[in-house]
Write a protein that binds this ligand. Structure first.
Ligand code: 6R9
Length: 663
């Protein structure tokens, strides 16, 4: 039983800027247009359709004959196997040859007012030089290069330089500790590391080179470290190993021919943590991944040639890979590299950035939206945001309050709000509204992308659940081009985690509901579902209820074992800064919050405990780490497992102390 009445949520029509814009939407103007396009992409002529898309979207150095082969079970998925395709050529050269002066990258530095546009011509020269530098250090096809860099435009060049010569990049988020970096370098045995002297973020200096140096003490395979001079401050130096990026670049030609690479050659590795064990090196291949990135940019974001795409994600996450680098550039549009934070120097930074560059697209995560919502509307009110056509969200379920805040205050009811669902493993967006065709519902990722067929399975029997009004685990039924191909050097783990839980399907690990209109609602990871007295509750739903309370900034809900009810709801809540709250009367506030949940969802969802805390444990990409709270409540606070992705380690003791004080 589901406790939110999904069927009662009103549809929001296709917004004015999708209908009245100068361009006709690629897919529109209504649901029928989407249904027709989708049917073509999954029907009996699906492979013909994919072949057409692949030929239209990408430049192939050698044509493919076969569209797809292999299956989930056999772990032998391949797309366009005879085809040869270079991702860098597709993202840079073809646009540089057409118009070398066209802007490829808008680099918005940490300090406001310091921005720079990099043209496709300039990007091609930078990428070529760096590719030649890598070659001069013996790097070629199939080698791995670890990239540990701040949010600079040269970091984008680093991705593309590897892609140009067939080396796989492994980009490690610059916020990761030396230990995590060392693990990742050693796992894929990189011989070359690209890094920078320092980074800047929110007015602070990040000592990237020093962190890399510490990691490299444990990485005997690394022969060369190429260091970008970014802040220019002095840094430690290991003679013989460390080389300045600009000095190395000055030695080599400004053009490097793109390598001839098979569609199924590796493009990159991206480490992602599972619930247990060491991080998995998810491996993507060239042709399929690039097609997924390019096509979703075109159809999900309705991108046209003069658009300016503002993806606020860090380069170190899949969203940064697909929607900051490969997707926009494969479409020849300008992409933003944003070095700062949403609140530096003021909470108006995003809005001023959109206004300054007249961005057409703004892509962020619900956690940032909740933060900005909590800081107040006054910061967004002053900016001219009329250039925005599409505002998109990714990373976690977006609660309706955050959705409406984006729609009311950022889009001002003119722009499309697009809730996009995907994973490191899916490579590109797999569920999302098509902005010119699909009426939206706040909180629903709506429908499958072109070419995607999904099912909801009964988690116990593995049987497909039919019809509307069902809830189960989300799986995909057919292979698609941008699905990852393996876990680096551990193919069996790849099969175990994703292919074997439900044979014949790709298992996402997420639960979802299909409502009466066939819309999909992601309920969160399967382990985030709580079952209280046989009632299924989604942590996201209870969190949404709590966040409706005026003083609540963020909420994280978990299920803990309970003798009486099977599981019980525990909620962790942070308060808005301006909320007038008397800390000596915490119990009064807790009572009101309990009432709030009972009012919004129903008595059966009543939290057993509510903990008012100053902060929640989050990953560096902003995902709330419910696992930590679950363990602390279960009395296993000494067995918290891999905390390498935790942004603020101090939060753990805040949680432990609070739970101890209230038990
Ligand atoms: C892109 C990204 C994947 C997990 C995924 C799911 C959650 C992502 C979501 C969403 C609800 C959305 N997720 N997008 N949940 N609505 N629109 O975040 O990749 O870091 O691999 O995480 O994120 O739980 O399984 P990744």
């Amino acid at each position: 039983m589901s406790n939110v009445d999904y069927d009662a949520v009103a549809l929001h029509p296709v917004p004015p800027r999708m209908i009245n814009g100068t361009e006709v939407p690629f897919i529109g103007p209504n649901l029928e247009a989407y249904q027709k396009a989708h049917a073509e992409s999954v029907g009996e002529n699906a492979d013909k359709w994919w072949a057409k898309m692949a030929r239209e979207t990408l430049h192939w150095d050698r044509p493919f004959q076969t569209v797809r082969t292999g299956s989930f079970e056999n772990g032998d998925i391949a797309w366009f196997p005879e085809g040869y395709v270079n991702a860098c050529y597709n993202c840079v050269d073809r646009w540089a040859f057409q118009d070398p002066n066209k802007t490829a990258i808008i680099y918005e530095a940490d300090e406001p007012g310091q921005h720079k546009n990099i043209s496709y011509g300039e990007l091609l020269r930078e990428v070529s030089r760096l590719a030649n530098v890598l070659k001069s250090h013996g790097i070629g096809k199939g080698d791995t290069v670890t990239v540990y860099m701040p949010m600079t435009w040269q970091a984008v060049a680093a991705f593309l330089a590897c892609a140009r010569i067939g080396a796989l990049h492994s980009v490690v988020f610059a916020g990761f500790s030396s230990e995590s970096l060392a693990d990742r370098i050693n796992d894929c045995k990189s011989r070359v590391v690209l890094t920078a002297d320092e980074g800047r973020r929110g007015g602070k200096i990040i000592n990237i080179k020093a962190l890399a140096d510490k990691a490299l003490e444990k990485c005997p395979n690394v022969e060369a470290v190429i260091v970008l001079q970014h802040t220019g401050n002095p840094v430690g130096w290991v003679e013989g190993r460390d080389k300045w990026w600009h000095e190395e670049s000055a030695k080599v030609p400004n053009y490097c021919p793109p390598a001839l690479l098979n569609s199924e050659d590796g493009l990159f590795i991206l480490y992602t943590s599972g619930s247990t064990g060491k991080p998995k090196g998810i491996m993507h291949t060239i042709g399929g991944y690039l097609l997924g990135a390019a096509m979703t940019i075109k159809y999900v974001f309705e991108v046209h040639p003069d658009d300016k795409f503002g993806c606020m994600a860090d380069l170190g996450w899949i969203t940064g890979h697909t929607y900051l680098v490969y997707g926009p550039l494969a479409n020849g549009v300008a992409t933003l590299v944003f070095e700062s934070t949403p609140v530096y120097p003021t909470p108006a930074r995003f809005w001023e950035t959109i206004d300054t560059h007249k961005l057409t697209h703004f892509y962020t995560a619900p956690t940032a939206v909740r933060l900005l919502r909590r800081l107040g509307e006054q910061h967004v009110a002053k900016a001219d945001l009329s250039s925005l056509r599409i505002i998109a969200s990714v990373g976690e379920p977006i609660n309706p309050e955050a959705w409406h805040w984006l729609n009311d205050h950022v889009g001002r009811k003119q722009a499309a709000i697009v809730d996009t669902f995907f994973q490191t493993e899916t490579g590109s967006i797999v569920l999302s509204p098509i902005p010119g065709a699909i009426e939206t519902k706040p909180g629903s990722a709506t429908v499958p992308f072109l070419g995607m067929t999904y099912a909801l399975l009964d988690p116990t029997t593995g049987k497909e659940l039919e019809g509307p009004g069902v809830e189960g685990v989300l799986v995909f039924k057919n292979t698609w081009p941008s699905i990852a191909r393996s876990v680096w050097k551990d193919h069996n783990r790849w099969l175990d985690v994703y292919m074997r839980p439900y044979p014949g399907y790709f298992f996402t690990g997420d639960g979802a509901v299909r409502d009466k209109d066939g819309y999909i609602w992601i309920k969160g990871r399967v382990d985030d579902v709580i079952n209280v007295s046989g009632h299924r509750l989604s942590t996201a739903e209870i969190e949404s209820a709590l966040i409706l309370y005026p003083g609540v900034a963020e909420a994280a809900v978990i299920g803990a074992n309970d003798e009486l009810t099977g599981q019980a709801v525990h909620a962790f809540v942070t308060l808005k800064a301006e909320f007038n709250y008397d800390p000596t009367n915490e119990s009064g506030l807790i009572k009101e919050l309990v009432l709030q949940v009972r009012k919004v969802i129903g008595p059966f969802a009543t939290p057993k405990k509510i903990y008012i805390v100053s902060d929640l444990p989050k990953t560096r990409s902003g995902k709330i780490m419910r696992r930590i709270m679950r363990k602390v409540i279960a009395g296993e606070g000494d067995q918290l497992g891999d905390l390498s992705t935790l942004a603020e380690p101090g939060v753990v003791s805040v949680i432990k102390d609070k739970v101890a004080a209230m038990s």
